[in-house]
Design a binder for this molecule. Structure first.
Ligand SMILES: *Cc1c(COP(=O)(O)O)cnc(C)c1O
Ligand SMILES: [Zn+2]
Length: 392
């Protein structure tokens, strides 16, 4: 099947190739067939139940076990949240976060297209997810990380044995990525690329399949996951499975709130911000690549984007464990703090069924409470040589 990509903002379409962004600058996503056939294949496992709306077929390795996470009622949290709380617990993925859904699609695409390397630019959940998924199918993987990260991070990523490239100037690599990718045979499965979005949209298909709520609350950084959930619900509406998209609420922390700020100010475009330290490390992002698309998703679904304080984030992390029995990352706990803020504002009420998407497990955080020394070794100088050597 020749793939067709389209732009949510201006409607332009592109056939074939591997463009990731539109001429207008906004991110592209895959255009789905009008008649996908059977949407749910009940005897398949996890996200592969929705294979008919995915651009690849079910893989071997840990990607086969991605998705299929429980959606549970957690009524102990109702009073605090001010609504009927359901939790879509993404910590039940192979490496403990929803990123495994996107990695499964990206790595499988690389296999199907004989691309020899996969890669990512991350030192968090995405780095672990891509390298673990690649390891499980014998694919080469390169992970580009900033030179100064705590040693415990190197250990967590390093156990899957990817090639780790440390760079001093993380941002400039990001800008050069398109060139690196077109020159060399590496499929970068970064935060909001079309393949990752396809995998991550299955969260919406599962929520629809399990219990369609009034609202869904999701932590947001790059906006890739938020865009994916929006896309999933848009497709379900187009296929006549739902009449209306649930209200989508996206939560940031005050320490990193570019999208929330643009929303508050009524802007159509997200501008870069300065960020500060926070426990919600997985949602720190100064210049979110899919920020404008997340804004559109919140507005068009009748939701909102807001940020919560550090104190509320930490309190919500404790509350998830002590009242919900769930050990989640602070980056995921912001959903509970966000729901509580929204009910105070009267945007959600106690008659609403609200799904909080707990994006990642807190167990990794516990391992990282004593970060040990920070390494500032860098092999950036080698990066070009090394990447060139990959293809020869
Ligand atoms: C990556 C991540 C997010 C943010 O997702 P984006 O797609 O970048 O918006 C939120 N929570 C956790 C646990 C993550 O790993
Ligand atoms: Zn466009």
């Amino acid at each position: 099947m020749e793939s067709q990509l389209s732009c949510y903002a201006c409607g332009s379409t592109y056939t074939g190739g591997d463009r990731k962004r539109c001429e207008c600058g906004e991110p592209l996503w895959f255009e789905m067939p009008d008649e996908p056939g059977t949407i749910v294949e009940p005897d398949r496992y996890g996200m592969w139940r929705y294979e008919s709306v995915l651009p690849v077929s079910s893989p071997a390795g840990i990607g086969a076990g991605a998705g299929g996470t429980p959606l549970g009622r957690l009524d102990e949290l109702d009073t605090h949240a001010g609504c009927a709380v359901y939790v879509k617990d993404e910590s039940n993925n192979p490496t403990g976060s929803f990123k495994d859904r996107g990695s499964a699609v990206g790595v499988t695409h690389a296999i199907e297209n004989d691309v020899s390397w996969v890669g990512t630019l991350s030192y968090g959940n995405m780095a672990m997810s891509v390298s673990a998924t690649a390891a499980s199918v014998g694919k080469n993987c390169v992970v580009i990380v900033p030179s100064k990260i705590p040693d415990v991070r190197f250990q967590m990523i390093g156990q899957y044995d990817p090639r780790i490239v440390r760079v001093d100037d993380f941002k400039s690599v990001n800008e050069k990525l398109a060139d690196i990718e077109s020159e060399l045979e590496i499929e970068f499965i970064n935060a909001d690329v079309p393949l990752r979005v396809e995998g991550q949209k299955t969260v919406a298909y599962e929520i629809w399949d399990q219990m369609l709520p009034d609202a869904v609350v999701v932590p947001v950084a790059s906006g890739g996951h938020a865009s994916a959930i929006w896309k999933g619900f848009r497709e379900l509406r187009r296929y006549g499975k739902i009449d209306e998209i649930p209200r989508l609420y996206f939560i940031q922390v005050e320490a990193s709130e570019p999208i929330a700020r643009a929303y508050r100010n009524g802007q159509q475009e997200v501008s870069p911000v300065e960020t500060s330290d926070t426990a919600a490390v997985s949602i720190v992002n100064k210049a979110p690549l899919s920020g404008n698309r997340a804004l559109a998703a919140a507005r068009e679904s009748g939701g909102a984007v807001l940020s919560v304080s550090e104190q509320d984030t930490l309190a919500a992390t404790e509350r998830f464990a002590s009242e919900g029995g769930l050990c989640v990352e602070p980056a995921s706990a912001v959903t509970l703090a966000g729901a509580s803020t929204l009910s105070d504002r009267g945007e959600i009420d106690d008659g609403d069924d609200v799904v909080l998407v707990t994006t990642g497990t807190g167990f990794k955080e516990l391992a990282g409470t004593d970060p040990g020394p920070t390494s500032d070794e860098s092999n950036e100088a080698e990066i070009q040589d090394y990447l060139e050597a990959l293809t020869t």
